[in-house]
Design a protein around this ligand. Structure first.
Ligand code: SF4
Length: 741
């Protein structure tokens, strides 16, 4: 089913959305509402009329529906929206903490211009007119000099009207350097594109699967849409299905699963192929699907049978051959088995070979486009603005190579490779970057090797942050043009990644802007118009809201009323119509796939003798992933085996600790080829010997006193590793050593 602009307009004309009311707010939300208001800087309304507003939470890509309770003009409580396709009344701890972000002290309250050295934290408030004029003047000068291609933008996503306004600005301006921060969904998009054709996103029908085989995905740590995954997990736990967690560490997901299968980190792709070997050898695959709807099966089968016998895979993965065989049989015999991958919350793209191996398992058992399986989800193509006129400067700029090499012969299927951008800037490859715009992302914190990222950004002469908060990237900018927060602004969110229901969510102004902030969409339009010429004329809308209303057409009304709009009656295409490959079938292999360096190993940096341990990150629902700082309420909920005072604890197997002479709670120096930090030791039998496990989401140096200075940022210790097949960051850890402090 294609959902192009024409279908969208037809579907939204006079459309309404039914909302089945099945409220399920956590009791906890009441406590949090009270706690949130007790922080010293949270205004407590004296009393007034109580109202409720439906909106969409945009604090993570899950885009849950929320209902915000207001007293008079103040937002006082955030609950999950009953009947919403993503979360149906549930909400996560970050979502309810949104009030702390709205009213918290790390807000940037007015446009700021740097005074003194970069990063020194000295700012001068300026007017919005001056802020817009300074950006437009700088960009205009670069363009006139023929250097338009040296301007880059990094956004949190490329989906929705706001990132698309940035993308349009760069296109008509003449720069190929638009970036987002890739996740596992980019790897999945590449996997489905190569094996199924077209440009679909992967949807996972987790609600209906009865056997989930997870290769390290943090079902209870924030993978996919966290509230949705919690709900699915409750269903499995009530007897509907079984969960097998393949993971090096005993995570919360592993502890709650029916079975935890510890595995040597980095061997997941081999294990998936080992399972495929057994399914092939014992002919447990779905014969009708394989016979009539696949291509390249025989060739692929030959390679799997020759290279991935259980004994060989056992040697690599640490999983006994008998267990591999039993797991393969159990998976293949389940009614609706589903295999997924993407470590932890899935914030790192990971290995393409692993993603393709895991997807091949789903294909073998025929669980594609079926209940409980993987669905190819079409984008709702509602953003279809008139083609912009391109002048000679724009055409010349776009003919330049991207700085990261994405889309080139080396990485033909990658869209954005910010890890390679950092390397290009720091090594002086390509051309120097002259200006950088950052919106909805905090690369100075959340990209691997954050110190190298900060160095690269320091080398760019003109950096503009559009952050609502004084985050690590904003601190290193020349200008901060603060956006409204998610409770103060409009923002559309297309189908959250992984969902099997095509929807658009709308975040809307629940309260009036608290400070002198401005919607980034308005600012982009104003900058473009101030640059003028064909750049300005590509932005005909008087305001962002006018742009959004025109774009959303008939969905605007339902979205404002309900907070989301859903494509009615969506069903996945059947096997005969689902695949857009040359053969019209699912392709286990093809010319494009064989041209990729899929068998090249992902080599972690660091010499094994100098760094005998392996440092691995782990995610938690109580810690945000970085572009939003952890609100104080969340930090209060972090266990003291993770953060004690301001010290981070790293997990170490007692055996390893004993060999290093380290004991529980002891201070230690953790070193990697990238950086070093002081940590404390937490003895934990749930990590494999030789592994050091470290929480992500800590160690902020910016934001405010409630967020900064707690623990260590894992990304200061770890570096990216470019997947030879995709160019995306495939690192799952880094070599390390640990010594007594
Ligand atoms: S899961 Fe994400 S979108 Fe949903 S409430 Fe939590 S932060 Fe908001």
């Amino acid at each position: 089913m294609k959902i192009d602009r024409r279908s969208f307009l037809a579907l939204t004309a006079g459309g309404t959305v039914g909302t089945a009311l099945t409220p399920l707010p956590w009791k906890l939300t009441d406590d949090i509402s009270i706690w949130s208001q007790n922080w010293p800087w949270t205004p407590v309304p004296p009393g007034g009329e109580a109202t409720h507003v439906n909106s969409t939470c945009t604090l993570c890509p899950a885009a849950c529906g929320i209902t915000v309770r207001k007293i008079d003009q103040r937002a006082v409580k955030i609950e999950g929206m009953a009947g919403h396709p993503v979360n149906d009344g549930g909400i996560c701890i970050l979502g309810v903490s949104g009030l702390q972000l709205l009213y918290g002290p790390s807000r940037v309250k007015t446009p700021l211009k740097r005074v003194g050295d970069r990063g020194a934290g000295h700012w001068q408030p300026i007017s919005w007119d001056q802020a817009v004029a300074e950006v437009a003047q700088k960009l205009g000068e670069l363009r006139e000099k023929g250097e338009g291609h040296t301007v880059a933008a990094i956004c949190g996503s490329d989906r929705g009207t706001l990132p698309q306004l940035f993308s349009r600005l760069l296109t008509v301006y003449g720069s190929p350097n638009f970036f987002t921060l890739p996740t596992i969904h980019d790897t999945y998009a590449m996997t489905l594109g190569l094996m199924q054709g077209g440009n679909p996103q992967a949807g996972f029908d987790v609600e209906n699967t009865d056997y989930l085989l997870s290769f390290g995905s943090g079902i209870l740590e924030g993978w996919g849409a966290p509230v949705r995954m919690f709900r699915a997990n409750s269903r499995w736990r009530s007897g509907y299905g079984k969960v097998v967690q393949v993971e090096a560490r005993l995570s919360t997901t592993a502890a709650k699963a029916d079975r935890w299968m510890p595995v040597n980190p980095g061997s997941e792709a081999a294990l998936a192929m080992g399972l495929a070997h057994v399914i092939l050898r014992e002919k447990l695959y779905q014969r009708d699907f394989i016979k009539h709807h696949t291509e390249g099966f025989d060739e692929w089968q030959k390679g799997v049978l020759a290279g991935y016998a259980p004994d060989a895979v056992a040697a690599v993965s640490g999983v006994p051959a008998a267990e591999i065989e039993a797991l393969a049989r159990e998976f293949a015999r389940a009614r609706k088995p589903l295999a997924i991958c993407g470590r932890g919350q899935g914030n790192t793209p990971g290995s393409l070979a692993e993603s393709m191996a895991v997807h091949a398992l789903n294909a073998l058992v025929g669980n594609l486009q079926r209940p409980g399986g993987v669905w190819a989800m079409p984008e709702i193509e509602y953003i279809d603005w008139a083609e912009a006129e391109m002048d000679a400067l724009a055409v010349a700029g776009l003919q330049q190579d991207r700085l990261d090499g994405a889309g080139s012969d080396g990485f033909p299927y990658a869209k954005y490779l910010p890890n390679r951008l950092v390397e290009a800037v720091n090594s002086g490859q390509g051309y120097p970057l002259q200006a950088l715009l950052v919106s909805g992302a905090n690369p100075c914190y959340s990209l691997a090797d954050a110190a190298a990222v900060q160095k690269a950004i320091a080398a760019v002469p003109f950096v503009v942050s559009f952050s609502s908060f004084m985050d690590e990237t904003a601190v290193n900018a020349d200008l901060i043009l603060p956006n409204h927060t998610n409770l103060e602004r409009y923002e559309d969110v297309p189908t959250p990644l992984g969902l099997t229901r095509p929807i658009i969510g709308l975040s809307r102004p629940v309260v009036a802007p608290q400070f002198n902030t401005r919607h980034t969409g308005d600012v982009v339009i104003q900058i473009a118009r101030a640059i003028g010429g064909t750049v300005g004329s590509a932005f005909p809308w008087p305001t962002y809201e006018a742009c959004l209303q025109m774009t959303l057409a008939g969905a605007w009304g339902p979205l404002n009323r309900d907070g989301f709009w859903e494509v009615p009656g969506f069903q996945p295409a059947d096997w005969a119509h689902a695949f857009e490959t040359a053969s019209g079938k699912f392709e286990f292999t093809n010319a494009a796939i064989t041209s990729l360096a899929l068998s090249e190993p992902i080599v972690l940096p660091g010499d094994e003798k100098a760094f005998p341990l392996l440092l691995m990150p782990f995610d938690s629902m109580r810690l945000t992933n970085g572009w939003i700082g952890n609100p104080p309420f969340m930090t209060k909920a972090v266990d003291d085996t993770v953060l004690k005072g301001d010290d981070v604890l790293v997990e170490l197997n007692p055996q390893t600790a004993s060999s290093l002479g380290l004991s529980q709670g002891q201070a230690a120096e953790l070193q990697t080829p990238v950086g070093a930090a002081r940590v404390r030791v937490n003895l934990f039998e749930g990590v494999r010997p030789g592994v050091v496990a470290m929480p992500t989401g800590l160690g902020h140096t910016a934001f405010d006193e409630f967020i900064a200075g707690k623990g260590v940022n894992y990304n200061m210790l770890a570096g990216p590793v470019a997947d030879p097949a995709s160019g995306l960051d495939a690192a799952w850890g880094i070599r390390a050593k640990l010594t007594k402090a």
